[in-house]
Design a protein around this ligand. Structure first.
Ligand SMILES: *Cc1c(COP(=O)(O)O)cnc(C)c1O
Length: 398
């Protein structure tokens, strides 16, 4: 911080829209799972830019690839073909159910496109009138008008009504409720394999397979929103691989670029050929710069032991949290999979997060009473042990 000038946070309060209640810390540098603030203080990062920095900060391969691509070519638009985009599409298809990829810039944009895809697919095959998407209470799919309309949390859409027409909601995990809600007007089911923003909620075993069956029976497009659960976060490259269930369409963002903004829609051949020239587009989508980053992320995730590390460190984290829960009554439940962890508390999480930050540890909330941990997937055994110690200490202070 420069003396004589107001702190960045004060300057931000004057010129940046107040959409976030910004915390009183300004990060200037990162390396691995560590962040440094403008006062030179270091923090253990269990948030990873909300699950984006899967390779941690300053990963040499990632930064080298971004710098080299920036020097070579940053943007040419989708009117032309570019090597990095094709390479990432091939990597995504090689390691998933997918045959076709559309690139965009965020999770919301990916979900927006997936909703359009499902409507168009149904209209092409069955004509108008069959356009509704079934989504779930407590879900989160983004902040654009269609994706907030697909989000089953009032706080996300309140004040922006009328919401986009064509979304219905069922209780997450309840197949009977899904079946009771579906009508002849539906074309798709949109679901997070684990609900993220809604509190790290894992559905009962068989739920995703049940949705697959309902979609097959009724010719619906099954869309998995893997924006948070994807890219190794749960200890598999994609969360549904734990269950052996495949969707028709999945959406990705967050971890895909290791911190640079890139989103994607991955689809089967049948679903992935619906959006034809002129029907959908994105100016920046999959530009050479962001795809150079995603290429390295995919290489290291599929061939670099990063996903195996996420599974092993996730197991260590869950074991440690179970021990802490056994001696601290503030913990109601520990939920999630791999390095997507929710610690449901009997009290507000905000003071716990403040205490963790004061102790040099950065974590996240998921709703008012859930402590959410989304560390970089490269976190070490010693760092997980450090995280566990800090969480136990913060909880023991009331
Ligand atoms: C974060 C998130 C989104 C929105 O992603 P943005 O990149 O912020 O638009 C959508 N779905 C899920 C499941 C998410 O976690």
């Amino acid at each position: 911080m420069q003396t004589g000038e107001p702190a960045w946070i004060e300057r931000a309060e004057r010129v940046v829209m107040p959409t976030y209640g910004r915390l009183p810390v300004t990060f200037v540098r990162g390396e691995g799972c560590r962040l440094w603030d403008d006062g030179g203080r270091s923090y253990l990062d269990l948030a990873a830019g909300i699950g984006c920095c899967c390779l941690g900060h300053g990963h040499p391969r990632l930064t080298e690839a971004i710098a080299a691509q920036a020097a070579r070519l940053i943007q040419v638009s989708n009117l032309y073909c570019c090597e990095p985009m094709v390479a990432v599409a091939e990597q995504l298809c090689a390691h998933s159910f997918g045959d076709r990829v559309f690139f965009c810039n965020s999770g919301a944009e990916a979900n927006e496109g997936a909703i359009k895809l499902a409507r168009k697919r149904s209209r092409d095959r069955f004509g108008p009138g069959r356009y509704r998407t079934l989504a779930f209470h407590q879900s989160f799919h983004g902040r654009t008008l269609a994706t907030l309309s697909a989000t089953g949390q009032e706080k996300v859409w309140k004040g922006f009504e009328p919401t986009v027409e064509g979304f219905d909601f069922a209780d997450y995990g309840d197949l009977d409720a899904v079946e009771a809600t579906l009508t002849d007007a539906h074309c798709a089911i949109l679901v997070e394999p684990i609900q993220g923003e809604g509190g790290i909620v894992v559905p009962p075993a068989g739920f995703l397979a049940g949705l697959r069956r309902l979609c097959d029976e009724r010719d619906l497009t099954l869309i998995f929103d893997c924006v948070q659960t994807g890219m190794g976060r749960t200890g598999k490259l994609f969360c549904h691989q734990h269950e052996g269930v495949t969707p028709d369409v999945m959406t990705l963002a967050k971890g895909l670029g290791g911190g640079v903004p890139i989103g994607a829609i991955v689809a089967t051949e049948a679903a992935g050929t619906v959006l034809t020239p002129g029907t959908h587009a994105s100016t920046f989508g999959g530009n050479p710069l962001v795809c150079a980053a995603a290429r390295v992320v995919l290489e290291l995730l599929t061939d670099g032991g990063v996903v195996a590390n996420a599974a092993a460190r996730g197991a260590q984290l869950f074991d440690g949290l179970a021990v802490i829960a056994s001696r601290n009554e503030a913990i109601r439940e520990v939920r999630g999979r791999g390095l997507m962890v929710g610690v449901a508390l009997d009290r507000p999480v905000a003071p716990i997060l403040d205490r963790l930050r004061a102790a040099g540890v950065i974590a996240l909330p998921a709703g008012a009473q859930v402590l959410r941990l989304l560390p970089p997937l490269v976190i070490s055994e010693a760092e997980v042990a450090e995280a566990l110690g800090a969480v136990e200490q913060a909880l023991s202070e009331g």
